[in-house]
Write a protein that binds this ligand. Structure first.
Ligand code: APR
Ligand code: ZN
Length: 234
């Protein structure tokens, strides 16, 4: 048998709500005391007592039907993200197409990191056909500018970022398929929400060094994808 049903996925992250709340559901904007404003397909009829749930960690409340509809609208990987505060339940994954991530040390220093060598990451993703997890399933996608070269200082913190980027790559979160904000091209491989430095010795594009806040920014962006220090322990 297949994995959990969408309702089962959502319910594993929910706690029962006691009294009715006088707040609105942040998904359908209807009162939590009344029915869900979202009548999606594939949603079983629910008894009154389980029509509203509270996300176990952050405590935000929603109609169960609204959460199920939101889940069905996404990547359906068994994880759920609170639409109010972005708390992640389960392990978030993305829709990055198949490809390769490699890295090695190069014996030069980055501007702003004079005391260490440099890690060069090389991403390579070929063009292909979009899968069900992409915006236009069955349609081709392009892949521009690959292999893409990225740079990190080979410092303790830089190596930590590398470890977490490897986790992000394995969870398919480094790239996505969509519309490039730089070129406007649709159905193409684009960077996801984790910033990379693609310029080595200069900063003509704004994606180069020096940038003292870069490593901390990336750690924050990784955290927003559910990837934290514990994920990099291996
Ligand atoms: N280097 C690193 N990050 C970039 C670059 C770049 N040259 N250009 C854009 N980004 C960042 C943006 O700041 C944004 O946060 O990637 C995110 C998505 O931007 P898009 O333009 O949609 O992404 P994409 O089309 O993949 O990037 C365009 O990046 O690496 C280069 O060769 C690639 O020229 C292409 C450019
Ligand atoms: Zn929340």
């Amino acid at each position: 048998r297949k994995g959990k049903t969408p309702e089962e996925v959502v319910k594993q992250y929910l706690q029962k709500v006691r009294g009715p709340s006088d707040e609105d559901c942040n998904i359908c904007m209807e009162p939590l005391g009344g029915p869900s404003g979202y009548k999606g397909p594939n949603v079983a009829d629910l008894s009154r007592s389980e029509s509203v749930g509270r996300l176990a960690q952050c405590g935000h409340q929603y109609h169960l039907q609204c959460l199920v509809a939101m889940y069905l609208n996404g990547i359906k990987d068994g994880s759920l993200q609170c639409p109010t505060c972005k708390t992640i339940y389960g392990v978030k994954t993305g829709n990055q197409p198949p490809g390769k991530m490699e890295y090695h040390i190069i014996p030069y220093s980055l501007p702003g990191h004079p005391d260490c060598k440099t890690i060069r990451i090389i991403y390579n993703i070929p063009p292909g056909i979009q899968g069900p997890e992409h915006p236009n399933p069955g349609k081709p996608f392009t892949a521009r500018g690959f292999p893409r070269h990225c740079y990190l200082p080979d410092s303790e913190k830089g190596r930590k970022v590398l470890r977490l980027l490897i986790v992000a790559w394995d969870r398919r979160l480094v790239f996505s398929v969509g519309t490039s904000s730089t070129t406007g091209e649709t159905d193409t491989v684009i960077w996801n929400e984790v910033h990379h430095k693609t310029e080595f010795g200069s900063n003509l594009t704004g994606h180069g060094y020096p940038d003292p806040g870069h490593l901390d920014n990336v750690l924050d962006e990784l955290k927003a994808q559910g990837i934290t220090e514990e994920d990099g322990q291996l």
